[in-house]
Design a protein around this ligand. Structure first.
Ligand SMILES: Cc1cc2nc3c(=O)[nH]c(=O)nc-3n(C[C@H](O)[C@H](O)[C@H](O)COP(=O)(O)OP(=O)(O)OC[C@H]3O[C@@H](n4cnc5c(N)ncnc54)[C@H](O)[C@@H]3O)c2cc1C
Ligand code: SF4
Length: 544
């Protein structure tokens, strides 16, 4: 194998999501203000910036306004102001309007495509001199002799499925940096390694997650109300399962519809994909999607642990920002503003640190974050998501007390538990029977993955690694009826049998993977390790 070439930067950012791009922009803004040179490079595993970005999305523009007070003059793609909030409780046949909780009021916010916002942020970053390399996945963290992070290396290209170089072989590239900002989003694959290496999660709660599945539709003009924001709870989920839907009406007759389910769900028969499909058949929801066209489909995990699950944010040579650290505000269902703000704060701390030349660790970053509105915002809502352990109705009652009476200042903090420990065995669970898709508003997995434009080079090592290949059959199938068949929203995992229906084995259709990271999170024995495939592989979302 060829030796790797290397490039030197002051700062390397891993991930061109809102947090990584905001960090890169802020660094260059500060450099321009102070008349100093700071070289910044951003790596993105998607084929282009935005290709792997999936969000709701209603944007609270607070951080954007701080980053670019003139964002309107710069033509930022915030086109549709949120006009009306509806919060519904669904039963199988009816929809009951509930008062909208204060955190879910969206006056002053915008319904956007986060993919398009990231494309715009990337153009602003490049105009400031940031180098952005899309189609390059950071596959490995590099360390100096003293143990500090020295940068990252992109994966080799052209390693065949047998582990040997093919005629496409090209060695990865080393990117060395004085500081590396990890902005990989929820369940970052390198971030996961850093947690272990630097023991960043010591003394804090486990991170918890949800899976969000989303479709983008073009609907009839008569069914479209630009600026309408609808959230539902209740049916089709049982009260013990955390989750709900969002229906956001954007510009140009487009409607973003999605469903989020907490990955602490207990019934192994539950299929988040099918719950979402069935949700769209509800009499209050279906009419929006009749005689309409589904444009795109995708899925992505979200970090739900909040305040009590935030890890140590800095370590020698590097920092964590955005969803990689877990700054999402669950009651608001918003993480973009906090992700951006954390990136900006990290940039300010790194900029100061580079000038002072002191030590390898930017210890000023956690302190600055503690003094920011991100900390205050997350602290106040820290007990809302964990209160769903008491079921939907218990949580609504507790959240009202916590929000209106205690105002987020309860003298206690409810704890989080790791999602993969929550699954019950099939012997303790009831099967769920999902209706067949009708092909009008509800669909199957494969036709859905098709419109995510997912593509991976076929001849490569699988990026879904099993630590023990016997576990899928001897543990997962026997005890949980192979839940990966149901929680994967892309049909990647299939139990196949021989002609007589014997000898089950797990088939992994890795080329369908939409990079949501759910398998890495929910596998009950943590046997699945998601690593980056060759750069550029994965979904190609248009404007999700
Ligand atoms: C279904 C759903 C609905 C949501 N709705 C809203 C909403 O309405 N409002 C809101 O504010 N927030 C919402 N969020 C949350 C919001 O999308 C996130 O908080 C936000 O995107 C986090 O930004 P980030 O930059 O940390 O990570 P991400 O947006 O996930 O970006 C990370 C980027 O890093 C890249 N990357 C990852 N690993 C590597 C690697 N090793 N090498 C190179 N590149 C890499 C990824 O491809 C990606 O482009 C929603 C999330 C979901 C899933
Ligand atoms: S294989 Fe894992 S990461 Fe890929 S789509 Fe399925 S659950 Fe998501």
């Amino acid at each position: 194998m060829a030796a790797r070439e290397s490039m030197e930067y002051d700062v390397v950012v891993v991930g061109a999501g809102p947090s990584g791009l905001a960090a890169a922009i802020r660094l260059k803004q500060l450099a321009a203000e102070k008349g100093r040179e700071v070289s910044v490079c951003v790596l993105e595993k998607g084929s282009e910036v935005g290709a792997h970005i999936l969000s709701g999305a209603v944007l609270e523009p607070r951080a954007l306004e701080e980053l670019f007070p003139d964002w309107q003059a710069r033509d930022a793609p915030l086109i549709t102001p949120a006009q009306e909030d509806r919060f519904l409780f669904l039963t199988a046949r009816s929809a009951w309007r509930l008062p909208t909780p204060p955190q879910m009021h969206n006056t002053g916010n915008y319904i956007i495509s986060l993919g398009n916002l990231c494309r715009w942020l990337a153009s602003q970053a490049e105009a400031l001199g940031v180098e952005i390399y899309a189609g390059f996945a950071a596959a490995e963290v590099l360390y100096s002799e003293d143990g500090s992070v020295r940068g990252v290396a992109t994966g080799d290209l052209g390693i065949g499925h047998d582990g040997r170089p093919t005629d496409r072989y090209q060695a990865g590239m080393e990117l060395h940096a004085r500081q590396t900002i990890f902005a990989e989003g929820c369940r970052g694959s390198l971030t996961k390694r850093l947690f272990e290496r630097f023991d960043l999660r010591a003394g804090i709660d486990p991170q918890t997650y949800g899976i969000g599945i989303k479709e983008l539709w073009e609907v009839q003009a008569t069914r479209h109300q630009p600026g309408l924001v609808v959230h539902t709870v209740g049916w089709p989920l049982t009260p013990g399962t955390y989750g709900g839907s969002f229906v956001y009406h954007l510009e140009d007759n487009q409607v973003a519809v999605g469903f989020v389910i907490g990955l602490d769900y207990r019934n192994p028969y539950l299929s988040p994909f099918e719950e979402f499909q069935r949700f769209k058949t509800h009499p209050a929801i279906r009419p929006t999607f009749e005689q309409a066209r589904r444009i795109s489909y995708g899925a992505r995990a979200l970090s739900e642990g909040g305040f009590q699950s935030i890890p140590k944010l800095s370590f020698p040579g590097g920092l964590l920002v955005g969803d990689a650290a877990g700054f999402l505000n669950v009651p608001k269902i918003k993480g973009t503003h906090t992700a951006m703000k954390s990136g900006m704060i990290a940039a300010e701390a790194v900029f100061e640190h580079l000038a002072s030349g002191s030590g390898a660790e930017v210890s000023g970053y956690p302190e600055r974050l503690r003094r920011s509105w991100v900390h205050e915002e997350l602290y106040r809502v820290r007990n809302i998501r964990p209160s769903f352990r008491w079921g939907l109705f218990g949580a609504i009652a507790y959240s009202a007390l916590d929000t209106y009476v205690l105002r987020g200042r309860a003298p206690w903090t409810l704890r989080n538990h790791a999602d993969h420990t929550q699954l019950r065995k099939v012997s303790e669970s009831s099967p769920i029977h999902y209706p067949k898709p009708d092909g009008t508003v509800s669909f199957d997995r494969l036709s859905s993955v098709f419109i995510s434009n997912t593509n991976h080079e076929e001849d490569q090592l699988s990026h879904l690694r099993l630590k023990d290949p016997s576990v899928p059959i001897h543990v997962n199938l026997e005890l949980y009826d192979a839940p990966e068949q149901r929680y994967c929203p892309a049909g990647v995992y299939e139990i196949v049998r021989d002609a007589g229906g014997h000898n089950p084995r797990l088939q992994i259709n890795a080329q369908n993977c939409v990079h949501c990271k759910t398998c890495d999170i929910k596998d009950p024995t943590q046997n699945i390790d998601w690593v980056v495939p060759e750069g550029g592989g994965g979904p190609n979302y248009p404007n999700m």
